[in-house]
Ligand binder design. Structure first.
Ligand SMILES: [Zn+2]
Length: 287
């Protein structure tokens, strides 16, 4: 499968390949987890796959692919929410209008694609039920793509009709926080003990500290996965696991959880840095 301009992580590429290359195209896909931008890009990618006219789909060369990635393909609709509703929800009115259009044959492609972004927030139960009628009697020329952060907000009946593509959880940490987290991770594994102290003292701002420690926790989780043979999401993990055993990683993660709890209360940031250094060192240097 071609991924063109889409810079999906290997784990996402694998999930897309599993979903699309074997067997038939599903009638409805639920893209869950990840962050909003990744969910939307994945939906756009699948919509291009659905309309591409080449043999090896999606080719990103044919007219259909170009139209899909430019969001001007007449058979792909990123459904717009109800302008009369404050949160632009996909109201019953929106669904009723859509259902009328669904009876019409696609214009150019083999199928029509309807994308509902943020279905957990914007697709109320009444509209899910309206959608269910079509989901239960799927037509070969219609594909529904729903995206959501949390599938538990969708009706069981809707979920059971969808092929789910669960994206890895990524958090919206600021670039500064991510950089600090990576600096901390490298300092933890540095032979020079003072490195850690110097970096830990950069944890002065509560908001950034909280994001940095959460990002570090995520990175340690990725290391754990890498340690048991998984594909690292962050290339840094491959380097870090050479110095961190599974036990040490678990120790670091539990320390980070305690630190994040402390941050929620009114902790003094200097004391927190000192405490973190002591705990991290104890974990790293213990035999
Ligand atoms: Zn194409």
């Amino acid at each position: 499968m071609n991924f063109g301009k889409y810079e999906f992580a290997p784990v996402v590429q694998k999930k897309l390949t599993d979903l699309l290359s074997y067997g038939r195209m599903p009638h409805s896909v639920l893209i869950s987890g990840g962050d909003g931008r990744l969910r939307e890009e994945t939906a756009e990618y699948i919509s291009a796959y659905a309309v591409c006219t080449a043999e090896d789909r999606p080719c990103f060369n044919c007219r259909a692919c170009h139209k899909a990635t430019e969001r001007i393909h007449p058979d792909i609709e990123f459904v717009k929410g109800d302008p009369d509703s404050k949160k632009q929800i996909y109201s019953k009115k929106v669904l009723d209008e859509l259902t009328e259009g669904m009876a019409v044959r696609p214009n150019e492609a083999e199928r029509r694609v309807y994308v509902f972004l943020d279905a957990d927030e914007k697709l109320p139960a009444v509209s899910q039920n309206a959608l269910l009628k079509t989901l239960e009697e799927p037509s070969a020329d219609i594909l529904f793509i729903l995206t959501c952060k949390n599938p538990s907000f969708l009706l069981e009946t809707v979920l059971s009709r969808c092929a789910e593509l669960a994206l890895p959880v990524t958090s919206d940490f600021s670039a500064e926080a991510v950089a600090l987290a990576e600096e901390l991770a490298l300092a933890v594994t540095d032979i020079n003990e003072y490195k850690l102290m110097t970096v830990a003292y950069k944890l002065t701002d509560k908001t950034i500290a909280s994001q940095a420690l959460s990002a570090l926790r995520e990175l340690m989780g990725d290391c754990l996965l890498t340690a048991v043979g998984g594909t690292p999401k962050n290339p840094l993990s491959a380097k870090l696991v050479r110095r961190l055993t599974r036990e040490k990683l678990l120790g670091l993660i539990s320390t980070l959880d305690s630190a994040l709890k402390k941050l929620e209360s009114n902790v003094n940031m200097n004391l927190l840095s000192v405490w973190l250094c002591t705990e991290f060192r104890r974990i790293i240097w213990q035999k």
